[in-house]
Design a protein. Structure first.
Ligand SMILES: NC(=O)c1ccc[n+]([C@@H]2O[C@H](COP(=O)([O-])OP(=O)(O)OC[C@H]3O[C@@H](n4cnc5c(N)ncnc54)[C@H](OP(=O)(O)O)[C@@H]3O)[C@@H](O)[C@H]2O)c1
Length: 235
């Protein structure tokens, strides 16, 4: 009998993270997820942890619990993220702090804790979440783009550090996908953004799943340190 994979996904209460959780549960994987809000769904193979990804002791406790109960973590999807649209000169220090706390610090903490368990088994897949806002140098998104640039850089260095241990670390950079994250972006700004893509449409959650699936696949054990942007945006 094949043992199911154990996939840890952050930010599963809605949006892309919820779509990823539904997809991997449907495939027969065991999924452990988290968000600050309580679980928005139930499934026999799903366990929810209510936490903030920037809370170091909560992240350590979650990863320890998952490893103790499931015995392993095969895949980590660092999906939890927040955005803030504002001109840099109008942005507050508190906004900068909270964007970096969730997007970078949260990703760093989960990578560090989960990688310890993966290295022990000499196998594992980590997928971090970037954005096309970084390579497009998107005006009005300076803090968000910078926090995700930090995620990209961390992904590339961590890939080198974990390569010898059989753990791959890659990132996906979605284009706009219609979720709560982008609902406050004005239409004119969104149209201008889509016009800068080679393929000028919104992304779908299935577009994200396609790339994540590729990174998670056993055959992708020679693919690490890569950032794949959707929509034909180049780095
Ligand atoms: N949608 C897009 O257009 C787009 C484009 C490029 C990249 N991305 C990236 O894709 C990822 C998912 O985005 P999305 O559109 O699905 O966003 P979303 O709909 O706003 O969902 C974000 C998820 O992350 C959780 N979350 C946020 N901050 C958290 C924290 N501090 N601790 C724990 N959980 C937290 C949220 O739950 P709680 O609020 O309950 O904590 C929610 O479940 C993000 O990393 C985002 O940057 C999205």
């Amino acid at each position: 009998m094949i043992t199911p994979r154990v996939i840890l996904i952050t930010g599963t209460s809605r949006g892309i993270g919820r779509g990823l959780a539904d997809y991997y549960l449907e495939k027969g994987d065991i999924v452990c997820g988290c968000s600050r809000a309580p679980a928005s769904f139930e499934h026999p193979a799903y366990t929810h942890f209510e936490l903030d990804v920037s809370d170091e002791s909560a992240v350590i406790a979650m990863v320890r619990t998952v490893v103790r109960k499931q015995g392993k973590i095969d895949g980590l999807l660092n999906n939890a993220g927040i955005a803030s649209m504002n001109h840099a000169l109008l942005s507050t220090a508190a906004t900068a702090q909270s964007i970096f706390a969730t997007n970078f610090h949260g990703t760093f903490l989960f990578c560090r804790e989960v990688a310890k368990a993966m290295v022990r088994r000499k196998t594992g897949r980590i997928v971090n979440f970037a954005t096309v806002a970084t390579p497009l140098r998107l005006e009005g998104e300076s803090l968000y783009a910078a926090s995700k640039a930090a995620v990209e850089s961390f992904t590339q260095v961590l890939a080198r550090e974990l390569g010898p241990a059989g753990v791959t670390v890659n990132a996906i950079g979605p284009t706009p996908v219609p979720t709560d994250l982008i609902k406050s972006v004005p239409k004119a700004k969104m149209d201008a953004l889509l016009a800068r893509q080679a393929i000028q449409r919104f992304g779908a959650i299935s577009d994200v799943i396609n790339v994540v699936d590729f990174f998670l696949s056993p055959q992708s054990d020679f693919v690490t340190g890569q950032v794949i942007y959707l929509g034909g945006v180049t780095g």
